[in-house]
Design a protein around this ligand. Structure first.
Ligand code: HEM
Length: 131
């Protein structure tokens, strides 16, 4: 069945995948995202996605979502952005964030794709040390 195939793809994806509702509340999180953020689904489902980011994003993220809903002017949707995530141990890591808007059974959700950039950034920093 189609839904089972989609679940298998999301479960085994290398990149993190998180879905939120129109108020920023986490509804689903796949295993790759759990590993990156050092969280279990139980810890974050039902919480605001802002628990996964450092300041100043944490404080402003509800405002970003509201601004988008009011202006319909995307800043990340369909564009992507390099941002910083917050792990449970308090450390931060860089990742490429892709967000898309999805109409699903009569309501709106947002899906976030999280591509870890830690290794690339470390390699870049090392190269700069030699220069
Ligand atoms: C907007 C940061 C995760 C959904 C934004 C913006 C920033 C940001 C900086 C606004 C950009 C601007 O106005 O210039 C972050 C950080 C995250 C994160 C640091 C780290 C965890 C997510 C996730 C989702 C998401 C996982 C969806 C599942 C949105 C939406 C908007 C937004 C819907 C408004 C639309 C737009 O500006 O295009 N985020 N975000 N964010 N983010 Fe996030």
């Amino acid at each position: 069945e189609n839904a089972a195939l989609l679940n298998a793809i999301i479960k085994n994806a290398i990149d993190g995948i998180i879905t939120i509702n129109e108020r920023g509340i986490i509804e689903t999180i796949n295993p790759a995202a759990c590993t990156l953020f050092q969280r279990t689904p139980d810890e974050v489902i039902g919480k605001n996605v802002s628990v996964l980011m450092p300041q100043p994003y944490k404080e402003q993220h509800d405002g970003y979502i509201n601004r988008y809903q009011q202006t319909r002017e995307p800043h990340i949707i369909g564009i992507g952005r390099e941002v910083t995530g917050l792990k449970k141990d308090g450390s931060v890591f860089p990742f490429r964030l892709g967000v898309s808007e999805v109409q699903y059974s009569g309501r709106k959700i947002f899906t976030g794709f999280i591509h870890d950039l830690s290794r690339e950034k470390e390699a870049e920093a090392k190269l700069k040390d030699y220069a």
